[in-house]
Design a protein. Structure first.
Length: 331
């Protein structure tokens, strides 16, 4: 049995104008799949990469990687979810910009009753990203309470979660952002220091804050614009952890420079490597659910757009007009 639902599709890569609300058919889940009816949808910068073609998709494509709702149907072999369960996910393939979808069940988790659908949709991709960064993407010397870390774009969805989680772990997070208001937002959410990279030399400030030692790790989702100076912020054997390209991809560089700057390490991380199994997904999600339920991390939904207004949502995201998490709402 199939039914018609609304979804946002692109028929070619390009600008926000390519995002079109269309009717699509949704059928029954096959083995290892579920059908979920969305109550809220998360907006993330990876959605922009899919729309523009930085991460190419086959056309036509429904984009979106994050959502929360109710399980409507369960395919053969799925045992961790049942019809009627509240659920949330960050998952491949894209397709969350829709009223309902059939999708692989592996990365779909039961959503605790204490967490709303809107919060679930706003936190899964961003919260799981913060989890693997702070808990798994670690410098060779590890991280201990009191250590300094540098986190770019700290007033965004991942950043605000990371600020709070780092504080809970006892870390001294140095935040960067593009306005004084965003810097204050990062400080209000647990950052130990905040640097407006538009008005200050963040590398010089980091050296001042750390008494010239530098940080053990830089977490960077900005890419091209912050890369070179970020390397200068690291202490010997420090880790440059790239997890996004908001300003564009990092240009090629000579590995020899890493030796000259202090025998540095570089890694490019993606969430979907970390959640490549049901067990890993659930363990990370449980950690996220626990820290949110405890109140140590609060999910800030600063923007809400109707699904029909998705073009404007993308424009605002790319213009860096958003803070915290953004969701798309359904009628």
């Amino acid at each position: 049995m199939t039914r018609t639902v609304q979804a946002v599709q692109i028929r070619q890569h390009g600008g926000p104008e390519e995002l079109q609300l269309v009717d699509v058919q949704v059928g029954e889940p096959g083995p290892g799949q579920v059908r979920i009816r969305h109550h809220a949808i998360g907006l993330n910068f990876i959605d922009v990469y899919h729309r523009t073609g930085l991460y190419p998709l086959h056309m036509p494509a429904t984009i979106g990687m994050e959502g929360a709702g109710v399980i409507e149907a369960v395919g053969e072999g799925v045992t961790h979810l049942a019809v009627g369960d509240r659920a949330a996910y960050a998952a491949n393939p894209p397709g969350s910009y829709s009223q309902a979808r059939v999708m692989p069940a592996m990365n779909v988790c039961q959503l605790p009753d204490a967490i709303s659908f809107e919060t679930g949709a706003a936190m899964m991709l961003k919260g799981l990203t913060a989890q693997y960064l702070l808990k798994k993407t670690l410098p060779v010397q590890g991280l201990q309470a009191g250590d300094h870390v540098l986190f770019h774009a700290a007033a965004g969805g991942v950043g605000l979660i990371a600020c709070q989680w780092a504080r809970a772990l006892g870390l001294q997070l140095i935040a960067t952002a593009g306005t004084d208001d965003k810097c204050q937002l990062a400080l209000d959410n647990g950052a130990a220091h905040a640097i407006n990279y538009r008005t200050e030399d963040f590398a010089a400030r980091v050296k001042d804050i750390t008494d010239g030692k530098g940080v053990k790790v830089v977490y960077d989702s900005v890419g091209k614009d912050t890369w070179d100076k970020s390397l200068d912020c690291l202490r010997p054997f420090g880790l440059m952890a790239s997890f996004g390209n908001a300003s564009g991809p990092v240009p090629p560089f000579a590995p020899g420079m890493l030796g000259a700057k202090g025998s540095l390490y570089v890694t490019r991380q993606t969430l979907f490597t970390h959640i490549s199994s049901r067990e890993a997904t659930q363990a990370m999600a449980d950690d996220l659910f626990d820290v949110v339920a405890s109140g140590q991390v609060k999910i800030h939904i600063a923007q809400r757009y109707a699904l029909a207004d998705v073009q404007q949502a993308h424009r605002d995201l790319e213009a860096r007009k958003t803070t915290g998490s953004t969701i798309l709402t359904l009628p």
